[in-house]
Write a new protein. Structure first.
Length: 217
């Protein structure tokens, strides 16, 4: 029996951290200190702040133990349940998300990229997502360099297209690293083919919801 009002959290904290070397030679970038705490604490606090208490962190195989050493069972942070999953290779955000299917177990899910820090609470978009009968919800932010992001094209306040890192775009609205999905997201992940860079892309997940008319923002 699933509970459509119950939302679990997934933090994606994999990647090679190549741009931060040599700092990431021996550790995952999400365990590096940002301010007074490891980077991964910020997405966890965002989830806890909007009432999510069951969280899975997906990271590379070599770093699962380190996350466990830093975070323990999560109860000291205010979580009811914290699980860790290993992504064997850097095969994309949608690939990492697919590893959380058994954990989500038919509920809804809020997915955060572990290296995105949110100054504003996620409570309002979470409440709006709960009000949806189905589908997905993404957050948009105007950016100065649209060629670095997945960019949403709008028409009458509706998303009509999402383009990954466009070289020429009339829109500056980036899809930021916070995504709300119904349980159908895992069926979508299974259908995805790797992109030109060999990864299953989260933009393709969002486009699948867009094509069925069930992507909100």
């Amino acid at each position: 029996m699933t509970n459509q009002s119950h939302i679990k959290g997934v933090v994606l904290a994999g990647g090679m951290g190549t741009r931060l070397r040599p700092l990431t030679v021996n550790t995952n970038k999400h365990l590096l200190m940002v301010g007074n705490q490891p980077m991964v604490m910020y997405p966890l606090q965002s989830l806890i702040g909007c009432g999510i208490r069951d969280v899975m962190i997906v990271t590379g195989t070599d770093h699962v133990q380190a996350f466990g050493d830093v975070l323990g069972d999560g109860q000291a942070l205010g979580l009811n349940r914290l699980e860790l999953a290993a992504q064997p290779s850097a095969a994309g955000i949608a690939d990492a998300l697919s590893l959380a299917e058994d954990f989500v177990a038919g509920d809804r899910v809020c997915v955060l990229l572990g290296d995105n820090l949110f100054e504003q609470s996620l409570t309002t978009p979470l409440v709006n997502f709960r009000g949806q009968a189905s589908g997905a919800r993404v957050l948009l932010k105007e950016v100065d360099a649209p060629d670095r992001y997945g960019i949403a094209t709008m028409q009458d306040d509706r998303i009509i297209d999402i383009t990954e890192k466009p070289t020429d775009s009339a829109s500056r609205l980036a899809v930021v690293g916070a995504y709300f999905y119904d349980a159908g997201v895992f069926d979508i992940c299974r259908t995805l083919k790797p992109s030109a860079r060999g990864e299953r892309e989260i933009t393709d997940v969002n486009r699948a919801y867009l094509q069925r008319g069930d992507l909100h923002h």
